[in-house]
Design a protein around this ligand. Structure first.
Ligand code: SF4
Length: 284
């Protein structure tokens, strides 16, 4: 486990993101991954720091751009385990277009969204998943917009693995991340990860009281797309577990018949050292 620990986090004490980091580290160890075979790509926000804290390779990208970077990494070297991570503002606001296109392409990436219903790093503004009516710095009389619905959107766009976890349950979250990493294709793990500093509504106590665990319901059919949507709506999105699973679709790199068997990243450079030095000199 020590190989997957990089910098010491400086999140606020009690922030849900600590559990997400611990779950990701445990999942990597449980799956026998070596740090050099894993890349964590993050966007911008408190949660974006996870690429610095997670051992292995990391790439702290631009706001909302973790998925295009993660797509490039996976396309250049399909042998890597690639995780993209960020917050609800990052992924479902400025990054929403990339989210839907990554789902539809079915790139073999595990996307972990630390969803705290608020912008934490910029000190408490309304985010795309803020509940309607909630008072924040930018909605002092209550948010007027409808929140986005990432679970339903991912299922309707064709995601093959959609799960939701909670930072109050490390064991289940670790299992969900492991399953997401093992899924061949795009997997979304939305995590209710409380911002203890700026969101006093969606707290640990709130989730403990309201969350329904579909993993404990033997009658729940997670392969039924319409049943999954119905369950999400019935619970008002307050559910955890594997919500939808479909293993029929080929991942992006499997679906392209001409996709190189040897990853581009492992090809020898067809350029002499002398010529390479000339090219590199132009960028000095
Ligand atoms: Fe976590 Fe909120 Fe603090 Fe950011 S501001 S580190 S999201 S508790």
């Amino acid at each position: 486990l020590v190989d997957f620990r990089a910098e010491k986090p400086n999140w606020c004490p009690g922030c849900g993101d600590f559990t997400v980091l611990a779950a990701l580290q445990k999942a990597a160890v449980n799956l026998g991954l070596e740090p050099e075979n894993m890349v964590t790509v993050s966007g911008v926000g408190c949660s974006g720091k996870i690429s610095q804290y997670m051992g292995g390779y990391g790439f702290h990208s631009l706001h909302g751009r973790s998925l295009p970077v993660a797509t490039a990494v996976k396309t250049a070297n399909k042998d890597l385990t690639v995780v993209a991570a960020g917050g609800d503002g990052d992924g479902y606001g400025i990054g929403m277009g990339h989210f839907l296109h990554a789902v539809r392409r079915n790139v073999d990436i595990t996307y972990i969204v630390m969803d705290n219903h608020i912008y934490g790093l910029t000190t408490g503004q309304t985010s795309p998943t803020t509940d309607k009516g909630m008072k924040t710095k930018t909605s002092p009389t209550g948010a007027t917009e409808e929140p986005v619905h990432p679970l339903q959107m991912a299922i309707m766009a064709g995601a093959g693995f959609v799960a939701q976890g909670f930072s109050g349950n490390l064991k289940q979250l670790t299992e969900l991340i492991e399953k997401g990493m093992q899924h061949k294709g795009f997997s979304l793990i939305n995590v209710y990860s409380p911002c203890v500093t700026f969101n006093k509504v969606n707290t640990y106590d709130f989730y403990k009281e309201h969350l329904v665990n579909v993993d404990e319901d033997a009658s729940y059919d997670r392969t039924d797309r319409f049943a999954a949507i119905k369950k999400i709506e019935e619970t008002n999105e307050n559910l955890v577990g594997v919500i939808y699973e479909n293993t029929d679709r080929l991942a992006f790199h499997e679906a392209i018949s001409t996709f190189p068997e040897v990853p581009i990243a492992k090809n020898d450079l067809q350029i002499s050292r002398e010529d390479w030095n000339k090219v590199a000199a132009q960028f000095k």
